[in-house]
Design a protein around this ligand. Structure first.
Ligand code: SF4
Length: 486
């Protein structure tokens, strides 16, 4: 759709209402100027919210003042979003799988209902009735919550540590990260390594009373660094933040892994490693700019197994360009033969910074849904259970990303980050540190600059941003932005 005209009596929720409309229209321009291909109008009439979308109409009761400003605002936003959703659903005759939910973390809503006293089944039913979520998705959330319930949560003094290495051998066409390929960025790797080590040392003192819960070296592709460079980064992380219960390194692409690097990782007690094929079809790998084959993945996987990494994760992306349901089926069969301990199934999200976006690629939504269902069945067939889930903007079919694990082998880091239940000290270009204010349901962030050269030049300032964040850490007050809501 070219352009939608949206007017609302609640302009403070304008962006939220746009997100609901895009559940039905896909990415499109939305503004207040008259003359859009579709007109959506929200008014308050006779004590009700009234939403008209084209010739469809939906109404919602005004919500009461609860006496709690945030809660009152939340309920009001939900009522208006729900009315827009119902009007769009009537107009289009379409039913998005996640109903009116537009947030990244739908598990939150299940926990919210349980916290309000609902049993597991009551909480599930409320997600269906309040937000029109498909039963199958609600059951997925329920299964995830069961796994998370069995995990030990973070203590009040716990902290996760992330170190980002924004280099890759080549750039994938769907990539929206601030990662640079080695052809253009090789000269930056050494100054970057020195900068990130400096950043960790600059803040270690402030965090010395904290217990490191999970240490995660991600990217980019950390193993795109030389063995010596990566070893220095890891040694600095282990020195500054010792005692992690879990240590993960992303070795995302097989063309960056050799025996020397794997030995170095094992010698530093890395117990989790990621090898991310995305697809096991060579033609697709070439098409999306990945400089390796499925056979390279098999070889790298066998090496990792031989070296004794206790958990190997594999990432897949569904709805890649040129791939149909049969391609995904072949990939899942190939992955099942390898039997990874964790499997992360992403649905392609073509974000603004991705090359694919400028090529105008749009996935077939029905096929994407079928692929997601196929992957869920395949993961369970491999003996894996879902343990975390998140959604993103621009996802094919408004679907989801799901992390599956062998029972007993979920990643603490992934759950902490996705559920936002532990503070994180994050180092490197584009890394975002977070401090939580649970009582006020708020989160404060300290983002590092994304540009690698800027990061190197301004690393002391990045460390200072973090120090300022921690120095307010005892506060349960009003700083920070409100945690995301649906
Ligand atoms: S491996 Fe990941 S970070 Fe690197 S270019 Fe591909 S998608 Fe981007």
């Amino acid at each position: 759709m070219e352009r939608v005209t949206l007017t609302t009596a609640a302009p403070e929720f304008y962006n939220d209402l746009c997100e609901v409309i895009r559940l039905f229209t896909g990415e499109c321009a939305i503004g207040e100027e008259a003359g859009g291909a579709l007109e959506v109008r929200h008014t308050v009439e006779g004590g009700e919210h009234v939403v008209r979308a084209g010739n469809a109409e939906a109404r919602a009761a005004l919500t009461p003042d609860t006496g709690d400003v945030l809660e009152t605002k939340r309920l009001r936003k939900r009522a208006i979003k729900s009315a827009v959703y119902q009007a769009m659903k009537r107009l289009t005759g379409r039913k998005p799988p996640w109903g009116s939910l537009t947030g990244i973390r739908p598990t939150r809503l299940l926990y919210e209902q349980r916290a309000a006293g609902a049993s597991e089944e009551e909480a599930c039913q409320r997600l269906e009735s309040l937000f029109d979520v498909d039963r199958e998705k609600v059951e997925l959330l329920r299964d995830i919550a069961r796994v998370q319930d069995g995990m030990e949560g973070p203590g009040p003094n716990d902290l996760d540590v992330y170190v980002g290495i924004p280099f890759c051998r080549t750039r994938c066409s769907y990539c929206s990260f601030a990662a640079t390929d080695l052809k253009h960025g090789a000269k930056l790797t050494e100054p970057y390594v020195q900068a990130v080590i400096r950043e960790m040392h600059l803040v270690r003192e402030e965090l010395s009373t904290r217990r490191t819960r999970a240490l995660y070296i991600g990217g980019g592709t950390p193993t795109a660094l030389t063995c010596d460079q990566l070893a220095r980064v890891m040694d600095a992380a282990l020195e500054c933040f010792p005692g992690a219960q879990e240590f993960t390194v992303e070795a995302g692409r097989p063309d960056t892994i050799d025996e020397e690097k794997l030995r170095m990782l094992r010698s530093r007690n890395v117990d989790r490693i990621s090898l991310n094929p995305q697809t096991m079809n060579d033609e697709t790998l070439r098409r999306v700019g990945r400089d390796h084959t499925a056979q390279d993945i098999r070889r790298a996987y066998a090496r990792m197994r031989d070296m004794g990494f206790s958990v190997i994760n594999m990432d897949l992306i569904l709805a890649l360009p040129g791939e149909g349901v049969d391609d995904v089926k072949r990939t899942l069969e190939a992955v099942a033969e390898l039997a990874p301990d964790n499997l992360t199934v992403h649905t392609l999200a073509v974000k603004r910074a991705a090359a694919l976006r400028s090529e105008g690629y749009a996935a077939d939504e029905d096929a994407a849904q079928e692929m997601v269902a196929l992957a869920a069945r395949a993961a369970r067939g491999m003996g894996l259970v879902p343990y975390y889930l998140y959604r993103q903007k621009y996802m094919a079919g408004n679907l989801e990303n799901v992390g599956y694990c062998r029972p007993g082998a979920p990643s603490i880091y992934n759950v902490d980050i996705m559920e936002e239940i532990a503070p994180i000290a994050a180092f490197g270009a584009g890394a975002i540190s977070k401090w939580l204010y649970p009582a006020a349901r708020r989160i404060e962030r300290a983002p590092n600059v994304k540009n690698i050269e800027q990061y190197i030049a301004r690393v002391d300032e990045m460390a200072q941003r973090k120090r300022s964040l921690w120095s307010k850490g005892g506060c349960q007050g009003e700083e920070g932005e409100q945690a995301e809501e649906n």
